[in-house]
Design a protein around this ligand. Structure first.
Ligand code: SAM
Length: 282
């Protein structure tokens, strides 16, 4: 009998992958986690029935959350990752020798344990001595921190369950305070394809714009996320994501990436009209 994983993207849309084997199922106090081996996308991790990572397309998300800010400010030394328990964001950050330290604050140890076991190619840098993994709620962790991080990456789940508080004005304000004067914040900003997701994205963009002088949305194609098309916010105290791109410097550093390059960097901020209009009207 054929086995299929099916995720409900909206009431009227479902996304399915044919499965070879259901490798693991577990539940923490925060969420339900499953690992499936699929035919087309390799191993897949889901939280509460939603795709987090697949072996085949994880590189798109992780490249885009990390290399965009790193190519804009090569002097980034201290980084905070909120969420990110699969380790992919940390793996990309570790390609930069100038990064002195990364704090990864992941609420759920089960995610990290499962990533270590089933996704060694993604979680491979979590034991790097430049990385501290903290099992805490990012919302609490950030409170009261001032002028500590050059870069904050919010590698979170959607605003349901433990991820809900990672989309609030108060949380963004705390992040702003925790950033150094040239600080950059990136968060995943949902898909514009389906209204319920896009409303969250527009609202997050709007909240960030009230705080940061520079906020720009950029995009990437991520086949296994709803709509196959995902947005990110680039929010910064000083740097413009395109005018301040250090193209030559980044290329000379010879960092190996599968998705990101500096041509794509310039292009990914060019949004289609229907997205641009909604973000601008936001
Ligand atoms: N790239 C994925 C996506 O967009 O679907 C998300 C990656 S997944 C590793 C996100 C992680 O955020 C999960 O492991 C989850 O446990 C963690 N998380 C959710 N809420 C959190 C919170 N309040 N503090 C810290 N981590 C949180």
């Amino acid at each position: 009998m054929e086995l299929w994983y099916t995720e409900e993207h909206t009431e009227n849309v479902r996304f399915s992958l044919r499965v070879k084997e259901h490798l693991f199922s577990g539940e923490s106090e925060f969420q339900k986690l499953d690992i499936l081996d699929t035919y087309e996308y390799g191993k897949l991790m889901t939280l509460d029935g939603l795709v987090m990572v697949t072996e085949k397309d994880e590189f798109v998300y992780h490249d885009m959350i990390v290399h965009i800010p790193m190519a804009v400010n090569p002097d980034i030394k201290n980084v905070l990752v909120i969420g990110g328990g699969d380790g992919g964001t940390v793996r990309e950050l570790m390609k930069y020798p100038q990064i002195v330290h990364v704090d990864m604050v992941e609420i759920d140890k089960l995610v990290v344990d499962a990533a270590r076991k089933y996704f060694p190619g993604v979680s491979c840098e979590l034991d790097n001595p430049r990385v501290t993994v903290l099992y805490e709620d990012g919302i609490k962790f950030i409170q009261g921190k001032e002028n500590v991080y050059d870069l904050i990456l919010i590698d979170s789940t959607d605003p349901i369950g433990p991820g809900e508080g990672l989309f609030t004005t108060e949380f963004y304000h705390n992040c702003y305070q925790a950033l150094t004067e040239k600080g950059i914040l990136i968060n995943q900003n949902e898909t514009p394809v389906y209204e319920s997701f896009f409303e969250v994205g527009i609202s997050s963009n709007k909240k960030l714009k009230k705080m940061f002088p520079i906020v720009q949305v950029y995009q990437a194609n991520i086949p296994t996320y709803p709509g196959g098309y995902w947005l990110f916010n680039f929010a910064s105290k000083e740097f413009h994501p395109i005018h301040d791109l250090k193209e030559k410097e980044w290329n000379q550093a010879n960092i190996k990436t599968k998705y990101y390059n500096t041509e794509l960097h310039k292009g990914c901020f060019a949004l289609p009209n229907h997205v641009k209009e909604k973000i601008e009207d936001g």
